[in-house]
Every structure is written in structure tokens, then in C-alpha cells.
Write a protein that binds this ligand. Structure first.
Ligand SMILES: O=P(O)(O)O[C@@H]1C[C@H](O)[C@@H](CO)O1
Length: 296
């Protein structure tokens, strides 16, 4: 692989991590902008700064701490990325997504991807949570897909299916857990569209994306979901709607990263409850979950 994130390199990182901790997580969580608090709820935590992990990229964005945390969520071993990588940071797309392959080699079965996103659906409000049911991969339309380049069959097939990218059972579990936790009024299910960033969208772009069927727009998650599915990981993803996309030329609203981080703080505890309750309710040994749903 021309970007150097081949099987051996991912294995070297995974083996290094496995030698540092006895925890064997089945679930990995990726924290979106301002959502790093999810990682702070891990018990008996052992944390590694990204700069200390062999071959790991570095976080450069405010609101992405740059720590990999191993610990337990409601008694279940998990690993959590406090800080993810984005295309606009200048990394090759294979590097952004290498952690998914490292997770696979650690023995992880399910990844939970979270992000901050702009709401395009007129029904969505700031602070709402959107379970991702599908995506639109805009950079992919332009030939920027993390699976470009030689395919290593040890990870997965050349042409992976994406119509089932966001696991139906996990979405059902999230709706169930969300209802039990009282998220009813602010939880949706919708389509996430990824752009390259870092500039926020213009009004014309937001209008176009809405017409194309997107409910929320962001700069991450999709690349990770593609690589995770390619190597057989189960994917659940959610967006926190941190701002409303500006659709109107009379609007005085301006998208900004401060608002994104601020909204993250407001929902931080509730999102941590949603994720930890989901993790508690997942069953992995038979490859299936939805066993002993929320609160049982
Ligand atoms: O990592 P995520 O997708 O949560 O980060 C979003 C997209 C940009 O990195 C940033 C914009 O505020 O937040």
C-alpha cells in the first residue's frame, strides 16, 4: 500500500497495544468533535496518547484530545478513540481509517462511530441526535474512497456491499434504548452526507444536499464506516446535530466550530448513557445482539 497502512503495519500497532493491556475489547467507540466525554466514562481506564502508539496518526483538531482509552463500560471491555482524523487535516484517507483495521486486529467486533453534524432536515433542532441509517459519500464520487489501491483479502473483499453498512439490529437497539432513556423528542434516524471540509458548506451546497436526500452533513465517519464494514466489523453510527445548516440567504446564522463544541457539552452525559446502555445490551459470542435489552 503506497500510504504504508498495510496489514503488517496495522498488526504491529495492534500487537503493541495487546501487549500493554489485558483488556480485550469487543466494542470500539470513536468520539466526534466535542464528544470526547464518552471516553471519560470508561472505568478502570488505561489511556495511551496517540504519539506514544506506534504508527498511529496524531490529532490536530480542537475538541479531539488524541488519546486511545481502554476500559469498561457497564462492565464490558471497550476501547475508545478520544479524537479522530479527518481528510482536511491533510492525512491520506488510508491513514484516517487505519484505526478500524487496528480494532479488527485487536479482536473488536462492533464499532460505534459518533460525530458532530449540521442539520439539513428542517425538522431537526440543535441538540437532536440522529441515528445514521445510510450515508452519501461525496468524496467517493470524486474518486476518494479509503479502499482505493491494492486490496488485501486478509481484511476483506475488493467490492464490499454498503447497502447494509449501518447495522439494522443496532439501530433498533438504539431506538429502544433511546426511548427508555427519554430521548423520544429529540432522536431521529436519517442520512449523513460527508464532505471533505474544512470550510463549512455554502447556502447553495446545503440546499443541494437536502434535495439529494441528506438529513445531516459532516466531515467524517463515512470513511471509517466503509473500512470497518470491509473488514467485517459491525457498525453503529450517530450524529449529534450541533448546528442547523444555513439554508436561507436572509439568515444571520454562521456555522462555527465553537458552537459545535458547545452543543457537544450539552448532550455529553446523555450520549454517554445511550452508548453505555447499548454496549451493555450487545451480545457478541453468537455474533448477535439484542439480548437482554435496555434496563434488564
Ligand atoms: O469528528 P467530527 O465529524 O465530529 O467533527 C466535525 C466535523 C469537523 O471536524 C468539525 C466541525 O466543527 O466537527
Amino acid at each position: 500500500n503506497k500510504n504504508g497502512y498495510d496489514y503488517e503495519k496495522c498488526k504491529e500497532t495492534a500487537d503493541w497495544l495487546l501487549a500493554q493491556t489485558t483488556l480485550r475489547p469487543l466494542v470500539a467507540v470513536v468520539c466526534g468533535s466535542g464528544l470526547g466525554g464518552l471516553g471519560d466514562s470508561l472505568k478502570d481506564a488505561v489511556a495511551f496518547n496517540y504519539q506514544d502508539i506506534p504508527n498511529f496518526p496524531q490529532s490536530t483538531v480542537h475538541g479531539h484530545a488524541g488519546r486511545l482509552v481502554f476500559g469498561k463500560l457497564k462492565g464490558r471491555p471497550c476501547v475508545c478513540m478520544q479524537g479522530r482524523f479527518h481528510l482536511y487535516e491533510g492525512y491520506p484517507i488510508q491513514k484516517i481509517t487505519a484505526p478500524m483495521r487496528i480494532f479488527k486486529l485487536l479482536g473488536v467486533k462492533t464499532v460505534i462511530l459518533t460525530n458532530a453534524a449540521g442539520g439539513l432536515n428542517e425538522k431537526y433542532k440543535v441538540g437532536d441526535v440522529m441515528i445514521i441509517k445510510d450515508h452519501i459519500n461525496m468524496p467517493g464520487f470524486a474518486g476518494c474512497n479509503p479502499l482505493m489501491g491494492p486490496n488485501d483479502e486478509r481484511f476483506g473483499t475488493r467490492f464490499p456491499c454498503m447497502s447494509d453498512a449501518y447495522d439494522r439490529e443496532l439501530r433498533q437497539l438504539a431506538r429502544h434504548v433511546g426511548d427508555e432513556l427519554g430521548f423520544g423528542d429529540f432522536m431521529h434516524e436519517g442520512v449523513y452526507c460527508v464532505l471533505g471540509g474544512p470550510s463549512f458548506e455554502t447556502i447553495a451546497e446545503c440546499r443541494m444536499l437536502r434535495r439529494l436526500g441528506a438529513d445531516a452533513v459532516g466531515m467524517s465517519t463515512v470513511h471509517e464506516a466503509i473500512v470497518a464494514r470491509h473488514c467485517g466489523l459491525r457498525v453503529f453510527a450517530l450524529s449529534l446535530i450541533t448546528n442547523q445548516a444555513v439554508m436561507d440567504y436572509d439568515s444571520e446564522e454562521k456555522a462555527n466550530h465553537q458552537e459545535v463544541l458547545q452543543t457537544g457539552k450539552v448532550r455529553s452525559e446523555q450520549l454517554a448513557s445511550l452508548v453505555s446502555t447499548m454496549v451493555m445490551s450487545m451480545k457478541h459470542d453468537s455474533g448477535d445482539m439484542l439480548d437482554g435489552m435496555c434496563g434488564q
